[in-house]
Design a protein around this ligand. Structure first.
Ligand code: 4AD
Ligand code: MG
Length: 474
């Protein structure tokens, strides 16, 4: 099956050949002697310009007004050099078939529509240039992710979505409950929250077959079990956070890439994160040229040059202590004052990458142990852990990672300190009981990567169906 991307630049010497294409009508322009029909099949940003006159089989559908924006069509024609300057080639039609007409209410007409409006039309927004380009670049980043890890000997591990453990210990988990088919409504059942199809009701007491269970916030702990058997592994799947954050960089459901490296320390971890980022950015610059040009022109001017730098230059590294020092000397009033021990807020992260370091990614390492998760390896100073965050301009934290505490006694002591239930972590502690090794890993929020790579402002616009407080319609 031929796609517009296969023929638009005449790579296959298709001039003079008769081709069939299928797609959706973007525009129809009727001129006195010829009609121009632009169709897009999603394979690339470019439309295929089709030229037709009244002799073409199926032209009556143009005359009767059935070929409108949004309609799906099947076209057959001869590939010719285009007279216009916008495209190299065009299709001189000999046959046009209307596959599905588009109701005049089609909301995405040629006139510009806002991204806010399109968020209310997530089932149709992929038919716009911007969302088509985002979907293709997102796909290329996913492909490059697997390519990078596979080529470097990592094994992809599927971590569970339903789990009883809270990896980050932040209590930001969604609870899993059970739907009981054909039961009867009880007075205190919060049934209004769910559609009443098939008479299914929530029974809050049952949870996950009689046990509590949650949607995972991170696959890290599971990845550690496989890293301590297969050496280097990675996960790539959906994760969930019940944080009620309405920002341009938080989702309730997002995809995370979590490599876990065995026989590795924090330096190996930072080197892996940097090499990974450089690889996937290089991949889209080389393989998504047309879409990247589009982002460069319409969404974020200069993004191609900035990403080219990222793909080539090493990422700067500073310690948390140095970062706090830099922020306290900054000639700037922050909403949240900075002092050693505080968590860095997004205003601080943005200052560091955007102002202090002129728009480059920066890694901050060795955070105070009290603001980080229980599993991070304690440094010898007794007050910091071997953690690292990679920050990027406009977004802030793109990557969070650490060397894991591999010493059983240290880990048990830390769980006690934090009043976490050691019994619940019996299996995690077993990894330290049986052949423990130094190991490290990180988590990268895939949507933040897509934002970084495309320049899109809002995280809701880089995932097909964003899940944020109040939005889970379809
Ligand atoms: O820093 P986080 O919470 O780290 C972890 O979950 C570790 N267990 C990862 C690991 O070491 N394996 O999350 C990792 C990354 C963040 O840097 C951010 O990019 C992204 O996940 N992230 C979110 N992305 C979108 N919406 C949210 N609500 C996010 N929360 C975290
Ligand atoms: Mg983090």
């Amino acid at each position: 099956k031929l796609k517009v991307s296969d023929v638009k630049d005449d790579q296959f010497d298709s001039l003079g050949n008769t081709l069939v294409l299928q797609g959706w009508v973007r525009t129809l322009r009727l001129q006195s002697s010829v009609t121009f029909l632009e169709i897009n099949d999603g394979s690339c940003l470019s439309n295929m310009q089709c030229v037709l006159d009244s002799e073409v089989e199926g032209y009556d559908q143009v005359e009767s007004g059935l070929i409108t924006t949004g309609a799906s069509v099947w076209v057959q024609g001869v590939m010719v050099k285009s007279q216009g300057t916008k495209q190299k080639v065009e299709l001189k039609l000999n046959k046009l078939v209307l596959v599905g007409k588009s109701d005049p209410s089609f909301p995405i007409q040629k006139k510009r529509v806002t991204r806010e409006f399109l968020r209310t039309k997530s089932h149709l927004r992929a038919r716009t240039n911007t969302f088509g380009a985002v979907a293709r670049v997102r796909n290329a980043l996913a492909y490059a992710t697997h390519k990078f890890f596979q080529e470097n000997g990592f094994v992809w591990v599927s971590s569970p979505i339903i789990t009883a453990s809270d990896c980050e210990g932040a209590g930001e988990q969604f609870c899993v409950t059970t739907l009981i088919p054909n039961s009867h409504e009880t007075a205190d059942s919060p049934v209004d929250a769910i559609p009443k199809t098939n008479n299914k009701l929530i029974d809050w007491s049952k949870d996950f077959f009689g046990k509590p269970a949650f949607l995972t916030v991170s696959g890290q702990l599971n990845a550690e079990t496989y890293a301590t058997a297969l050496s280097d592994v990675y996960t790539f799947g959906p994760t969930f956070r019940a944080e009620n954050s309405n920002t341009s960089r938080h989702l309730a459901e997002f995809w995370m890439i979590e490599p876990e490296l065995a026989f590795a320390d924090l330096n190996d971890d930072m080197a892996c994160a940097t090499a990974y980022l450089q690889f996937v950015i290089r991949h889209i610059l080389d393989n998504c040229k047309e879409d990247m040009e589009f982002f460069n022109t319409w969404i974020d001017k200069g993004i191609i040059d900035r990403l080219s730098d990222v793909a080539e230059k090493d990422v700067l590294q500073i310690t948390y202590t140095e970062a706090v020092d830099l922020l306290s000397r900054a000639n700037k009033k922050f909403e949240f004052p900075v002092k050693w021990g505080c968590d860095l807020q997004s205003e601080h992260e943005r200052y560091i990458t955007e102002e202090a370091f002129g728009g480059c990614p920066v890694i901050i390492r060795d955070y105070p142990k009290d603001i980080k998760a229980f599993y991070m390896r304690q440094n010898d100073d007794g007050r910091t852990v071997a953690a690292m965050d990679m920050l990027v301009p406009k977004i802030g934290e793109l990557i969070g990672g650490s060397q894991r505490e591999e010493r059983l006694d240290h880990l048990e002591a830390r769980l006690d300190d934090l009043k976490l239930n050691k019994d619940a972590y019996w299996w995690y502690l077993d990894l330290r009981r049986y052949g423990s090794v130094p190991h490290a890993g990180f988590g990268l929020g895939f949507e933040r990567l897509v934002q970084f790579a495309t320049g899109m402002d809002n995280i809701r616009d880089v995932i097909p169906f964003p899940r944020t407080p109040g939005s889970a319609e379809f």
